[in-house]
Design a protein around this ligand. Sequence first.
Ligand SMILES: Nc1nc2c(ncn2[C@@H]2O[C@H](COP(=O)(O)OP(=O)(O)OP(=O)(O)O)[C@@H](O)[C@H]2O)c(=O)[nH]1
Ligand SMILES: [Mg+2]
Length: 281
Amino acid sequence: MSFWRNLVGKFANLVGPKEQLDWEALLVESDLGINLSQKLYALLDKEKLLGKTELAEKRIKKELLNILQDRKPPLPAGKPGVILLVGVNGGGKTTSAAKLAYRFKGEGKKVFLAACDTFRAAAIEQLKILADRLEVPVVLGKEGADAASVAFRSFGQALEAQADYLIVDTAGRQANKKNLMMELGKIKRTLEKVSGQIPLFILLVVDGTSGSNVLVQAREFNETLGLAGMIVTKLDSSAKGGMVAAVKYEVGIPTYFLGRGETLDSLEEFNPEKFVEEFFS
Ligand SMILES: Nc1nc2c(ncn2[C@@H]2O[C@H](COP(=O)(O)OP(=O)(O)OP(=O)(O)O)[C@@H](O)[C@H]2O)c(=O)[nH]1
Ligand SMILES: [Mg+2]
């Protein structure tokens, strides 16, 4: 049974017949966040749709599309356009860096990768292996090296090679760790300084199975760094990514890509219509 139907079943069982669905609980459970869930609930209530499951679903669909369909800035176009991937540990930054490289390369673009996770030798090695497999140049730093200086060096090389994109992988960190966030701030300022007019594109990579915590992450990283958007990974699981709408509604940050697996070709461009259809399927 699908995710949504499962939930409908669950909350219908709790309160009896389907007509008495506990909509608010259902929406919160779908990772839409408390505020958006309450807004949607109020809407159904006002329009007297709470007892009409199908019409109510239609109404929610329309509202979610409204929230998700805003025009968003395109990925940076420059030589190179710089994409900086940030986020908490294990969200999928390194994997997504490789998936982005694979995608851009497939579009005939010249790509550079930068391994600015200099905390662990294994992290540097992970990106190197992926880059080798992709046959994409990667700029590496030594373990313990200053990540901003690796970023600086990678920009220089990507610029000289006239690359279309420079994708910068960083170490995972919690946003409440001040010194680690300062390090990211330094990488950001360094890249902004060298890339001049072309805006730096900072994407937050989040694990789609981590539920409402994504909202907290988006708010915190956005406050410190200013985010262009999100990549939501691991949506090949049972999670449907309700937080995509929650983050757009509450933080105003759009989602650019969805990760749907561990293979290089499993990064999908975010499409609001498809997303909303799948959410209810
Ligand atoms: N199923 C699935 N697994 C994923 C997806 N994206 C990443 N993963 C897996 O999640 C794990 C962590 O991915 P990484 O890319 O190493 O995460 P990271 O954010 O770089 O982690 P740190 O560098 O430790 O912060 C790996 O086992 C990946 O294969 C996805 O879309 N679907
Ligand atoms: Mg990593």
